[in-house]
Design a protein around this ligand. Structure first.
Ligand SMILES: *Cc1c(COP(=O)(O)O)cnc(C)c1O
Length: 374
């Protein structure tokens, strides 16, 4: 059986350094917002090439706290892709704002910049591009539109640790995700490319004032102990999780390179005409958090693979506007998102996957089309 993802396997190469990190924290006697968090914030800011990184409790909070800190009028609108992960949309709602769904490009799964302008109203305050599955959204046209209409850009980089994009705003080309807009929200949920041993998140930005504000927002709205400027939250990053992330960060690029090699093998090896592969034009820039194909009989295809010992997953089975939590949006017709949620299937792709396993997966997928023809 090839599991879709085995977190124990993923963390095995880090075991010694994680153990050292955990012991260091136990010894320190300091467990919340201390030296480990500060150290990780510096390391991750350097990795993303941003001026600031602010550790928070999780990815949803990272996005929500930025939106709150921007202090838009209640019910302002935020543009987000109709196939976004639910947490991206919840961050908008929990900040007292209204999501406006724009359909993605059906090939890349990413917010389609050509559809954004028609969705902008006098209430629009921000665009929330989600770098879904590890590939950066087309940020140049998104930033241009934002500038033209005076909107903020908040990247949801929760799936894009180490992804790059040739950004016009950048002084250097190939700027990393997290440094392509006004601010970015990160998740270090255990299954992400950089994952903690529990919940963790961060915000990256080059905006000094925003960095100060979210530092206060994560800690009861307080920059100075017992003095409260905002109706803040408790969304602090643990010392333990920060220490684990610092231990794992040095191997992130190597692990992403392994993901790229495996993705390329899928892209060149899978010849089943019923399987629509993701585009192969940005293998090196993509962080390949997930390898999502489309199949017209997705559920049948998933069952076929499961019967042959291959675990897969669906990201995601229900689009946000069709969730019970979002019944006010149930009237919307968003056919591209609806089709992607119906046809999308994630194949195993992680640094622990072996060459032989990938060979077997490719052969199994290709043999299915031959059997169908016979
Ligand atoms: C994981 C994820 C989040 C939320 O992160 P949590 O740490 O689980 O709150 C947000 N957006 C995207 C795209 C994600 O993949």
């Amino acid at each position: 059986m090839i599991p879709f993802l085995d977190l124990k396997q993923i963390n095995e190469p880090h075991q010694a350094s994680i153990q050292k990190a955990v012991e260091r924290v136990i010894e320190s006697g300091w467990y919340v917002l201390g030296r480990e968090v500060e150290a990780f914030e510096h390391q991750f800011a350097a990795y993303c090439q941003t001026r600031h990184c602010i550790g928070v409790a999780n990815g949803l909070d990272a996005l929500m706290l930025v939106l709150k800190a921007w202090d838009f009028p209640a019910n302002s609108e935020v543009i987000v892709a109709s196939n976004a992960y639910i947490a991206s949309v919840l961050s908008i709602t929990h900040a007292g704002l209204v999501p406006v769904f724009v359909e993605p490009d059906p090939r890349t799964y990413l917010l389609d910049p050509t559809h954004i302008e028609a969705a902008i109203t006098f209430r629009t305050k921000a665009i929330l591009p989600v770098h879904l599955y590890g590939r950066c959204c087309d940020m140049n046209p998104i930033n241009e539109l934002a500038q033209q209409y005076g909107l903020k850009v908040l990247e949801d980089a929760a799936q894009a640790h180490g992804a790059t994009y040739e950004c016009n705003r950048a002084k250097v080309s190939h700027r990393r995700a997290g440094n392509l807009g006004d601010a970015a929200g990160w998740s270090f949920y255990p299954s992400k490319n950089l994952g903690a041993l529990g919940d963790a998140g961060a915000i990256t930005t080059n905006d000094d004032a925003l960095a100060d504000a979210v530092r206060a927002w994560r800690n009861y709205g307080s920059a100075e102990k017992y003095v409260n400027e905002y109706l803040g939250h408790n969304s602090r990053l643990d010392e333990l999780q920060a220490a684990v992330l610092s231990a794992k960060l040095p191997l992130l690029n190597k692990e992403n390179d392994r993901r790229r090699i495996l993705a390329e093998r899928y892209l060149t090896g899978i010849k089943n005409p019923d399987v629509m592969l993701p585009p192969a034009d940005q293998i090196e820039q993509d962080a390949w958090h997930l390898f999502v194909i489309q199949h017209p009989q997705r559920d049948h295809f998933q069952m076929y693979l499961r019967e042959r010992g291959i675990g897969t997953d669906i990201h995601y089975p229900i689009p946000p506007h069709q969730q019970l939590a979002y019944t006010p949006f149930a009237y919307l017709s968003l056919p591209i998102a609806e089709q992607l949620h119906q046809n999308g299937l994630s194949l195993p792709l992680n640094p622990a996957l072996t060459d032989d396993e990938v060979t077997y997966i490719i052969e199994t997928i290709n043999s299915m089309s031959q059997r169908a023809k016979e």
